[in-house]
Write a protein that binds this ligand. Structure first.
Ligand code: 5GP
Ligand code: ZN
Length: 113
């Protein structure tokens, strides 16, 4: 399957890794919208949050746990952060492998996000 984020998880496309566990891989966004902009991706290929159902809804738990852990690691847990899932065209999804954006590091309203 020709999927950019599957390639990043496998290491076939380079990325700046932030965090990894059995379920997720996280790396810095190539085009950050805020001082901290990390993408957290499940190691299982799912197209978007819209395609989650039944057993694979556990992926949301894995993404959320990782976001909290990474926020602590990057020092934005206390100052605050935003997590975003874009699903489909109108949300602006451009990579069709589910990913959670983790944004923070300054008042996000200053960055128009
Ligand atoms: P979406 O718009 O699908 O929710 O988010 C896709 C994100 O992936 C964008 O924020 C974009 O900057 C990021 N992105 C696209 N290609 C690459 C890449 O090759 N490496 C990294 N690190 N981020 C990427
Ligand atoms: Zn994929």
């Amino acid at each position: 399957m020709d999927c950019l984020f599957c390639k990043i998880i496998k290491g076939d496309v380079p990325s700046k890794k932030v965090y990894e566990n059995e379920y997720v891989y996280a790396f810095h966004d190539i085009s950050p919208m805020a001082p901290v902009h990390v993408l957290i991706v499940p190691k299982t290929h799912v197209e978007s949050a819209a395609k989650l159902s039944g057993d694979n809804l556990i992926i949301m738990q894995h993404l959320t746990e990782a976001a909290i852990e990474i926020a602590k690691q990057l020092g934005i847990y206390e100052s605050g952060f935003r997590t975003v899932l874009n699903s489909g065209k109108d949300a602006g999804q451009t990579v069709f492998h589910l990913h959670m954006h983790l944004l923070g590091g300054a008042a996000l309203s200053d960055f128009g996000v």
